[in-house]
Design a protein around this ligand. Sequence first.
Ligand code: ADP
Ligand code: MG
Length: 255
Amino acid sequence: AGINFEKYEDIPVDATGKDVPEPITSFDDAKLDPLLFENIGKAGYTVPTPVQKYSISIGSFNRDLMACAQTGSGKTGGFLFPILNQSFKVGPPDVSQTRSNEMGYRTRKATPIALILSPTRELTSQIYEEARKFCYRSWVRPCVVYGGADIGQQIRQMNHGCDLLVATPGRLVDLLERGRITLEHIRYLVLDEADRMLDMGFEPQIRRIVESENMPGVGARQTLMFSATFPRDIQMLARDFLDNYIFLSVGRVGS
Ligand code: ADP
Ligand code: MG
Protein backbone atom coordinates (compact mmCIF):
# COMPACT_ATOMS: atom_id res chain seq x y z
CA ALA A 1 0.00 0.00 0.00
CA GLY A 2 1.03 3.56 -0.38
CA ILE A 3 0.84 6.01 -3.18
CA ASN A 4 3.78 7.92 -4.51
CA PHE A 5 2.36 11.42 -4.77
CA GLU A 6 5.45 12.86 -6.41
CA LYS A 7 4.75 10.56 -9.29
CA TYR A 8 1.14 11.76 -9.39
CA GLU A 9 2.30 15.28 -10.20
CA ASP A 10 3.41 13.91 -13.56
CA ILE A 11 0.30 11.88 -14.28
CA PRO A 12 -1.93 13.70 -16.73
CA VAL A 13 -5.62 13.88 -15.78
CA ASP A 14 -8.07 14.67 -18.50
CA ALA A 15 -11.73 15.36 -17.75
CA THR A 16 -14.23 15.77 -20.56
CA GLY A 17 -18.00 16.10 -20.75
CA LYS A 18 -20.63 18.76 -20.34
CA ASP A 19 -20.11 21.23 -17.43
CA VAL A 20 -17.29 19.32 -15.76
CA PRO A 21 -17.26 20.24 -12.03
CA GLU A 22 -14.04 21.69 -10.62
CA PRO A 23 -12.09 19.00 -8.73
CA ILE A 24 -11.64 19.48 -5.00
CA THR A 25 -8.18 20.66 -3.97
CA SER A 26 -7.90 18.95 -0.57
CA PHE A 27 -9.97 16.90 1.88
CA ASP A 28 -10.07 19.94 4.21
CA ASP A 29 -11.50 22.33 1.63
CA ALA A 30 -14.04 19.89 0.19
CA LYS A 31 -16.75 20.54 2.83
CA LEU A 32 -17.03 16.80 3.39
CA ASP A 33 -19.49 15.37 5.87
CA PRO A 34 -17.69 15.68 9.26
CA LEU A 35 -17.87 11.95 10.04
CA LEU A 36 -16.47 11.00 6.65
CA PHE A 37 -13.73 13.58 7.05
CA GLU A 38 -12.87 12.06 10.43
CA ASN A 39 -12.82 8.51 9.06
CA ILE A 40 -10.61 9.51 6.12
CA GLY A 41 -8.18 11.02 8.63
CA LYS A 42 -8.26 7.86 10.74
CA ALA A 43 -7.35 5.84 7.64
CA GLY A 44 -4.22 7.97 7.33
CA TYR A 45 -5.19 9.61 4.06
CA THR A 46 -3.99 13.21 3.96
CA VAL A 47 -4.03 14.06 0.25
CA PRO A 48 -6.71 12.94 -2.23
CA THR A 49 -5.49 11.19 -5.38
CA PRO A 50 -6.39 12.80 -8.74
CA VAL A 51 -9.30 10.36 -9.25
CA GLN A 52 -10.61 11.18 -5.78
CA LYS A 53 -10.32 14.95 -6.34
CA TYR A 54 -12.58 14.72 -9.34
CA SER A 55 -14.96 12.02 -8.12
CA ILE A 56 -15.77 13.78 -4.84
CA SER A 57 -16.79 16.88 -6.71
CA ILE A 58 -18.59 14.93 -9.45
CA GLY A 59 -20.52 13.16 -6.67
CA SER A 60 -21.61 16.44 -5.10
CA PHE A 61 -23.01 17.53 -8.45
CA ASN A 62 -24.82 14.23 -8.86
CA ARG A 63 -23.17 13.45 -12.17
CA ASP A 64 -22.36 10.07 -13.65
CA LEU A 65 -18.74 9.13 -14.17
CA MET A 66 -16.70 6.94 -16.47
CA ALA A 67 -13.15 6.82 -15.11
CA CYS A 68 -10.23 5.12 -16.78
CA ALA A 69 -7.31 4.88 -14.41
CA GLN A 70 -4.45 2.53 -13.75
CA THR A 71 -4.17 0.25 -10.73
CA GLY A 72 -3.13 1.99 -7.55
CA SER A 73 -4.71 5.34 -8.42
CA GLY A 74 -7.10 5.23 -5.44
CA LYS A 75 -10.25 4.20 -7.28
CA THR A 76 -11.83 2.58 -4.18
CA GLY A 77 -11.90 5.93 -2.36
CA GLY A 78 -12.85 7.37 -5.73
CA PHE A 79 -16.27 5.77 -5.45
CA LEU A 80 -16.66 5.31 -1.68
CA PHE A 81 -16.02 8.98 -0.84
CA PRO A 82 -18.69 10.54 -3.06
CA ILE A 83 -21.23 7.84 -2.10
CA LEU A 84 -20.63 8.12 1.63
CA ASN A 85 -20.32 11.89 1.62
CA GLN A 86 -23.83 12.14 0.24
CA SER A 87 -25.30 9.18 2.13
CA PHE A 88 -24.16 10.41 5.54
CA LYS A 89 -25.78 13.75 4.81
CA VAL A 90 -29.03 12.39 3.36
CA GLY A 91 -29.68 9.62 5.89
CA PRO A 92 -31.31 6.20 5.51
CA PRO A 93 -34.15 5.49 3.04
CA ASP A 94 -37.70 4.74 4.10
CA VAL A 95 -37.93 1.00 3.51
CA SER A 96 -41.34 0.53 5.15
CA GLN A 97 -42.97 0.08 1.72
CA THR A 98 -40.73 -2.83 0.75
CA ARG A 99 -43.18 -5.57 -0.17
CA SER A 100 -43.31 -9.14 1.06
CA ASN A 101 -43.30 -11.81 -1.66
CA GLU A 102 -46.28 -13.27 -3.57
CA MET A 103 -46.74 -16.10 -1.09
CA GLY A 104 -47.45 -13.59 1.63
CA TYR A 105 -44.47 -14.72 3.64
CA ARG A 106 -42.42 -11.93 5.05
CA THR A 107 -39.09 -12.93 3.48
CA ARG A 108 -36.50 -10.57 4.82
CA LYS A 109 -35.03 -8.63 1.94
CA ALA A 110 -31.84 -6.63 2.01
CA THR A 111 -32.52 -3.03 0.95
CA PRO A 112 -29.16 -1.57 -0.12
CA ILE A 113 -28.91 2.06 -1.22
CA ALA A 114 -25.50 1.53 -2.84
CA LEU A 115 -24.38 -1.38 -5.00
CA ILE A 116 -20.77 -1.99 -5.98
CA LEU A 117 -20.09 -4.70 -8.56
CA SER A 118 -16.58 -6.10 -8.70
CA PRO A 119 -15.16 -9.15 -10.50
CA THR A 120 -13.63 -11.36 -7.79
CA ARG A 121 -13.93 -12.53 -4.22
CA GLU A 122 -10.58 -10.95 -3.41
CA LEU A 123 -11.49 -7.55 -4.83
CA THR A 124 -14.96 -7.48 -3.24
CA SER A 125 -13.38 -8.33 0.13
CA GLN A 126 -10.83 -5.53 -0.24
CA ILE A 127 -13.54 -3.00 -1.10
CA TYR A 128 -15.64 -4.22 1.83
CA GLU A 129 -12.74 -3.74 4.26
CA GLU A 130 -12.16 -0.21 2.97
CA ALA A 131 -15.90 0.52 3.24
CA ARG A 132 -15.92 -0.67 6.88
CA LYS A 133 -13.26 1.89 7.75
CA PHE A 134 -15.02 4.80 6.07
CA CYS A 135 -18.51 3.83 7.35
CA TYR A 136 -17.33 3.61 10.95
CA ARG A 137 -19.94 5.02 13.39
CA SER A 138 -22.30 5.99 10.55
CA TRP A 139 -25.75 4.62 9.73
CA VAL A 140 -24.38 2.91 6.58
CA ARG A 141 -23.82 -0.81 7.13
CA PRO A 142 -21.55 -2.39 4.52
CA CYS A 143 -22.02 -5.99 3.42
CA VAL A 144 -20.19 -8.31 1.01
CA VAL A 145 -21.31 -11.31 -1.08
CA TYR A 146 -19.30 -13.43 -3.54
CA GLY A 147 -19.41 -16.88 -5.11
CA GLY A 148 -17.72 -20.01 -3.80
CA ALA A 149 -18.79 -19.34 -0.22
CA ASP A 150 -21.76 -20.46 1.90
CA ILE A 151 -24.79 -18.50 0.70
CA GLY A 152 -26.75 -19.13 3.92
CA GLN A 153 -24.04 -17.44 5.90
CA GLN A 154 -24.12 -14.46 3.54
CA ILE A 155 -27.90 -14.20 3.85
CA ARG A 156 -27.56 -14.15 7.64
CA GLN A 157 -24.94 -11.42 7.36
CA MET A 158 -27.26 -9.38 5.12
CA ASN A 159 -30.02 -9.71 7.71
CA HIS A 160 -27.85 -7.80 10.14
CA GLY A 161 -28.02 -4.82 7.81
CA CYS A 162 -27.01 -4.18 4.25
CA ASP A 163 -26.99 -0.55 3.13
CA LEU A 164 -23.88 -0.67 0.96
CA LEU A 165 -23.55 -3.98 -0.85
CA VAL A 166 -20.31 -5.11 -2.49
CA ALA A 167 -20.97 -8.08 -4.76
CA THR A 168 -19.68 -10.26 -7.55
CA PRO A 169 -22.28 -10.37 -10.37
CA GLY A 170 -22.95 -14.14 -10.28
CA ARG A 171 -23.66 -14.34 -6.56
CA LEU A 172 -25.82 -11.24 -6.68
CA VAL A 173 -28.01 -12.72 -9.44
CA ASP A 174 -28.41 -15.85 -7.31
CA LEU A 175 -29.50 -13.81 -4.27
CA LEU A 176 -31.90 -11.71 -6.39
CA GLU A 177 -33.46 -14.91 -7.76
CA ARG A 178 -33.95 -16.15 -4.21
CA GLY A 179 -35.75 -12.91 -3.36
CA ARG A 180 -33.22 -11.97 -0.72
CA ILE A 181 -32.36 -8.53 -2.06
CA THR A 182 -34.39 -5.71 -3.54
CA LEU A 183 -32.69 -3.07 -5.69
CA GLU A 184 -35.56 -0.58 -5.47
CA HIS A 185 -33.74 1.70 -3.01
CA ILE A 186 -30.48 1.93 -4.96
CA ARG A 187 -29.19 5.51 -5.29
CA TYR A 188 -25.60 4.69 -6.22
CA LEU A 189 -24.33 2.06 -8.61
CA VAL A 190 -20.64 1.31 -9.16
CA LEU A 191 -19.02 -0.97 -11.71
CA ASP A 192 -15.44 -1.42 -10.57
CA GLU A 193 -12.89 -3.05 -12.90
CA ALA A 194 -15.57 -3.14 -15.59
CA ASP A 195 -13.12 -4.36 -18.25
CA ARG A 196 -12.13 -7.29 -16.09
CA MET A 197 -15.75 -8.21 -15.38
CA LEU A 198 -16.41 -8.34 -19.12
CA ASP A 199 -13.24 -10.38 -19.73
CA MET A 200 -14.57 -12.87 -17.18
CA GLY A 201 -17.84 -13.17 -19.10
CA PHE A 202 -20.07 -11.33 -16.62
CA GLU A 203 -21.86 -9.10 -19.11
CA PRO A 204 -25.15 -11.10 -19.05
CA GLN A 205 -25.26 -11.04 -15.24
CA ILE A 206 -24.36 -7.34 -15.13
CA ARG A 207 -27.11 -6.49 -17.60
CA ARG A 208 -29.56 -8.64 -15.72
CA ILE A 209 -28.80 -6.70 -12.51
CA VAL A 210 -28.60 -3.18 -13.91
CA GLU A 211 -31.55 -3.60 -16.26
CA SER A 212 -33.75 -5.44 -13.76
CA GLU A 213 -37.23 -4.07 -13.22
CA ASN A 214 -36.65 -2.84 -9.68
CA MET A 215 -33.40 -1.01 -10.30
CA PRO A 216 -33.93 2.76 -10.51
CA GLY A 217 -33.16 3.81 -14.07
CA VAL A 218 -30.53 6.11 -15.48
CA GLY A 219 -31.29 9.54 -14.01
CA ALA A 220 -32.90 8.10 -10.86
CA ARG A 221 -29.56 6.78 -9.65
CA GLN A 222 -25.97 7.93 -9.81
CA THR A 223 -23.66 5.56 -11.68
CA LEU A 224 -19.87 5.44 -11.50
CA MET A 225 -17.89 3.16 -13.82
CA PHE A 226 -14.20 2.34 -13.48
CA SER A 227 -12.00 0.54 -15.94
CA ALA A 228 -8.31 0.33 -16.78
CA THR A 229 -9.07 0.36 -20.49
CA PHE A 230 -11.87 1.75 -22.66
CA PRO A 231 -12.51 -0.76 -25.45
CA ARG A 232 -15.69 -0.90 -27.48
CA ASP A 233 -17.68 -3.18 -25.16
CA ILE A 234 -17.04 -0.86 -22.21
CA GLN A 235 -18.07 2.12 -24.35
CA MET A 236 -21.37 0.33 -25.03
CA LEU A 237 -21.98 -0.28 -21.33
CA ALA A 238 -21.20 3.37 -20.60
CA ARG A 239 -23.69 4.42 -23.27
CA ASP A 240 -26.39 2.18 -21.79
CA PHE A 241 -25.79 2.70 -18.05
CA LEU A 242 -24.66 6.33 -17.79
CA ASP A 243 -26.36 9.66 -18.38
CA ASN A 244 -24.52 12.81 -19.49
CA TYR A 245 -21.36 11.45 -17.95
CA ILE A 246 -17.99 12.94 -17.15
CA PHE A 247 -15.15 11.01 -18.76
CA LEU A 248 -12.01 10.97 -16.70
CA SER A 249 -8.74 9.54 -17.86
CA VAL A 250 -5.80 9.36 -15.51
CA GLY A 251 -2.43 8.44 -16.95
CA ARG A 252 -2.08 6.53 -20.17
CA VAL A 253 -5.25 4.72 -21.10
CA GLY A 254 -5.04 1.65 -23.27
CA SER A 255 -7.83 0.35 -25.42
P1 ADP B 1 -7.01 1.14 -7.32
O1 ADP B 1 -8.37 0.56 -7.05
O2 ADP B 1 -7.05 2.33 -8.22
O3 ADP B 1 -6.04 0.11 -7.79
P2 ADP B 1 -6.90 1.47 -4.46
O4 ADP B 1 -8.15 2.20 -4.19
O5 ADP B 1 -6.89 0.01 -4.15
O6 ADP B 1 -6.41 1.71 -5.95
O7 ADP B 1 -5.72 2.21 -3.66
C1 ADP B 1 -4.38 1.73 -3.69
C2 ADP B 1 -3.73 1.91 -2.31
O8 ADP B 1 -3.57 3.28 -2.02
C3 ADP B 1 -4.55 1.32 -1.17
O9 ADP B 1 -3.67 0.74 -0.25
C4 ADP B 1 -5.22 2.54 -0.57
O10 ADP B 1 -5.50 2.37 0.82
C5 ADP B 1 -4.19 3.63 -0.80
N1 ADP B 1 -4.80 4.97 -0.96
C6 ADP B 1 -5.86 5.30 -1.77
N2 ADP B 1 -6.13 6.61 -1.71
C7 ADP B 1 -5.24 7.15 -0.85
C8 ADP B 1 -5.01 8.48 -0.34
N3 ADP B 1 -5.78 9.50 -0.74
N4 ADP B 1 -4.00 8.65 0.54
C9 ADP B 1 -3.24 7.61 0.93
N5 ADP B 1 -3.39 6.35 0.52
C10 ADP B 1 -4.37 6.10 -0.37
MG1 MG C 1 -9.40 -1.12 -7.31
